[in-house]
Design a protein around this ligand. Structure first.
Ligand SMILES: Cc1cc2nc3c(=O)[nH]c(=O)nc-3n(C[C@H](O)[C@H](O)[C@H](O)COP(=O)(O)O)c2cc1C
Length: 205
């Protein structure tokens, strides 16, 4: 077992107390998001869209739309993770793969046919559930990556995403995945309480 990773993972906690004076540079935000985007996604569709708010007046408005949770205002930056259903458009996806040399134009037609069949078979694929899954993996990555940069974070869904999309003039078609306030911790997260592995595991030998 890699004890560095073990310690890193076991020390993550939702942190809700941040230094309100702390800031995060645009350069850091870009570095953090580039690493978070190493997350896997179905067919490498990468359907995430991220809006980062690092403006206290805007954060105050977001706090009011988030049941007055203080971390939304005190965070150095609030990451809003959305999923864009347009990313599942088969033609766009395959043009991207061909343009990036992942697929030859010759293979494109055969793969496209398979993908269209796959989407037709499984109604959940390419819809809200896929966006939540792909976007959720991205959000989990982001929660870890910010800690590499010396920040802490809390995943949140206790907010009015519909109102936020209106306030920030974002497409209503975007699926809201998660709000993640990120900041410099002034207090630790709550102690970890987790079920014993035996309570949620069945090992078939
Ligand atoms: C989908 C989801 C929604 C959450 N929403 C909120 C929230 O609105 N406010 C909050 O303070 N914490 C929120 N949390 C954080 C959880 O309370 C926290 O992850 C859980 O208690 C376990 O604690 P830990 O993250 O410190 O391990 C949310 C977590 C998840 C995964």
């Amino acid at each position: 077992m890699n004890s560095t990773i073990e310690t890193f993972l076991s020390q993550r906690a939702s942190v809700r107390q941040f230094d309100p004076e702390a800031e995060m540079s645009t350069e850091q935000i870009k570095q953090i998001l580039a690493l978070a985007a190493t997350a896997p996604s179905g067919n490498n569709t990468q359907p995430w869209q991220v809006v980062v708010v690092k403006n206290k007046a805007q954060q105050q408005k977001l706090r009011a739309l988030s049941f007055d949770q203080p971390q939304v205002e005190t965070a150095a930056a609030v990451f809003l993770v959305f999923g864009d259903p347009a990313a599942y458009d088969v033609d766009t996806l395959f043009s991207y793969n061909v343009a990036n040399g992942l697929l030859t134009e010759k293979d494109e037609a055969a793969f496209k046919g398979k993908m269209k069949k796959f989407y037709a078979l499984s109604a959940a694929e390419g819809g809200t559930e896929s966006l939540m899954l792909d976007g959720g993996l991205f959000a989990m990555n982001l929660l870890h990556v910010v800690r590499v940069f010396g920040y802490e974070a809390v995943p949140m869904r206790g907010t009015d995403f519909t109102a936020i999309k209106k306030e920030l003039d974002l497409p209503q078609s975007w699926e809201a995945i998660m709000m993640i306030p990120v900041g410099k911790a002034t207090a630790s997260g709550y102690p970890k309480i987790r079920k014993d592995v035996t309570e949620f595991t069945k090992i078939i030998e």
